[in-house]
Each structure stands twice: as structure tokens, then as C-alpha cells.
Ligand binder design. Structure first.
Ligand code: NAD
Length: 268
């Protein structure tokens, strides 16, 4: 039985992860944390997720979660994920990271932690999105710069970061397909007199509202035709199940920084 810890277990994703671990074969909930001051502290992790109680209470000390677990699943916020990466480095406990909006300082901490622990990081843990990442990379390579690429995403009104981590991952995939740097080509906002579109730009458009779990479309707009590759999530369970699959995959895995492509065994 893989002992899985859940940090941020009262969050939208944390609760889904608790349910996914409870329903997974070969895994059990070992420990869980929430932010200091959270009203969820002291509550039963499974009960908070609407399941029969599992007898494991939510604590504020994430170090305890890392010491009690073989793998920890983290869908929290960038500052918390930074602290969790340091705990993975200290304890060697595997870490599965779904938090998005990470910057350069988080990247350094992940690289450091990956020397001592297996780290799986993905902007999106759904299998469907990982399939369209490969399709978008391939389409960008075949269609070439004559087709203008725009990436459109919509999420619920509570989302903190924009564009979504998945939209940026799609941007990275099409940039790789075209063999260009996303940083050089990305256009993250347009407002006012912007002038005509520059050939080769990779544009992003962001919508926020309601309870949308996550919609993404990559548009390849050419002369006389348009190709669209899209994905719509209708349940957070797909992300939670993917994260649990990644946690199970870390068992016996050498330290390193891995992606869902590694977990799913995708080529191309
Ligand atoms: P949320 O705000 O509902 O949940 C985050 C939880 O983390 C909260 O309960 C918060 O109290 C807790 N938290 C914050 N700091 C903490 C700390 N130091 N220790 C323990 N807990 C702490 O947000 P959400 O919708 O569940 O999303 C969380 C993150 O996951 C976001 O970055 C989101 O973009 C990302 N996300 C990723 C995927 C994916 O597949 N990779 C899918 C959905 C969401």
C-alpha cells in the first residue's frame, strides 16, 4: 500500500484527491495538511471530502505529512508549493505537484528537490489534455507559421493565475512543434490600437466566470481554413485521478523531475 499525503486537503482539488486516493487500489490516505488558521484543521480528511471517516486528521505542519508518506500530492498555491519542495528535498518523499502559476524561484526549488526525490509536475493531470498537448505539438509542426496560433482558455471565477498553466503548456507544445522559443513569440494580452498581428506570434486569450472547470482550445487559423484542437473538463475528478496515478508511478522511482508524459509513457 502506497502511503499518500495530501497538502491543501480542504481545497477544491484537495477534496477530489482525497476521494481519488480513497477509491484507488494500492493506496491509502496517510496524512494531510491545511494552511495555518484554516477551519479544516483537526477534521477528518475523508469526511471533509464527503466520504466515511478514515481516522486521519488534518494538521498544519506539512513536515509531519512528508514524514508519514511515501508520496505527497500538492494542489495548493505557489508559496506553499515552494515550502513543500524543500520538504521533499529534506525527506526524500516523492512529490506530485499540480499547483500552477509557479515562477523561476519555484523552478529552482523543484530542480533541487529532484536531486533527492521523485517529483512529478504537470500543469494538467488529465489524460485528455496530455493527448492534446501531443496533437498540438504535431499540428504546429505540420501546419507551420502560415497558420496563426491562438490559445483560448476559460476557467471559474476563483482562479488565481492567468493564462492557466495548461494554456501555457499548450503554448510551450506548439512552440516546440515550430522549433521557436515561447518567450520570444507569446502575446499574452491585446488592448487598444495593437496594429496587425505579427507572423509567428502565439496569442493567448483568457476568459473567467462561473464554475467552468477548464476549457482549452488551440486555434490554427490559416487562409481559407481553421483547425481547432480542444479539451473541456467537466469534472475535477480527472485531475485527481491523474495525480493519484502519478503518485503510484513514483513507487521505487529514482529521484528526478518527471512529467505526465513520463507517467503515461507517451512518445511524440
Ligand atoms: P483552492 O484554493 O480551492 O485550494 C487550495 C488549498 O490549498 C486551500 O484549501 C488552501 O487553504 C490550501 N493551502 C494554501 N496554502 C497552504 C499551505 N501552506 N499548506 C497547506 N495547505 C495550503 O484551489 P484549487 O482550485 O484546488 O487549485 C489549487 C491549485 O491547483 C491551483 O494552482 C490550480 O491552478 C491548480 N490546479 C491544477 C490542476 C492540474 O491538473 N495540474 C487542476 C486543477 C487545479
Amino acid at each position: 500500500m502506497l502511503k499518500i499525503g495530501i497538502v491543501g486537503c480542504a481545497g477544491r482539488m484537495g477534496r477530489m484527491v482525497a476521494a481519488a486516493v480513497a477509491g484507488a487500489e494500492g493506496a491509502r490516505i496517510a496524512a494531510g495538511s491545511e494552511a495555518a488558521g484554516s477551519s479544516a484543521l483537526g477534521q477528518d480528511i475523508a469526511a471533509l471530502a464527503g466520504l466515511p471517516a478514515c481516522g486521519v486528521k488534518i494538521v498544519a505542519d506539512a513536515a509531519k505529512v512528508f514524514r508519514a508518506s511515501d508520496a505527497v500530492i500538492d494542489f495548493t498555491a505557489p508559496a506553499a508549493t515552494l515550502a513543500h519542495a524543500r520538504l521533499a528535498l529534506e525527506t526524500g518523499t516523492a512529490l506530485v505537484i499540480g499547483t500552477t502559476g509557479l515562477g523561476a524561484e519555484h523552478e529552482d526549488a523543484l530542480q533541487a528537490a529532484a536531486k533527492k526525490a521523485a517529483i512529478v509536475r504537470a500543469a494538467n493531470f488529465s489524460i485528455g489534455v496530455n493527448v492534446i498537448l501531443g496533437l498540438a505539438r504535431k499540428a504546429a509542426r505540420i501546419l507551420g507559421p502560415e497558420y496563426d496560433i491562438e490559445i483560448v482558455e476559460m476557467h471559474h471565477r476563483h482562479k488565481a493565475d492567468a493564462p492557466s498553466g495548461t494554456a501555457l503548456a499548450l503554448g510551450q507544445a506548439v512552440a516546440e512543434g515550430r522549433r521557436v522559443s515561447l518567450a520570444d513569440k507569446s502575446v499574452r494580452a491585446r488592448d487598444g490600437i495593437t496594429g496587425p498581428r505579427k507572423k509567428g506570434d502565439i496569442g493567448f486569450a483568457v476568459l473567467r466566470g462561473g464554475d467552468v472547470i477548464g476549457d482549452h482550445t488551440v486555434v490554427f487559423a490559416g487562409e481559407g481554413e481553421r483547425v481547432e484542437i480542444g479539451h473541456k473538463a467537466s469534472s475535477r475528478a480527472v485531475f485527481a485521478q491523474g495525480a493519484v496515478r502519478a503518485a503510484l508511478w513514483t513507487k521505487g522511482r529514482a529521484p528526478g523531475l518527471y512529467s505526465m508524459r513520463d507517467v503515461l509513457g507517451f512518445v511524440g
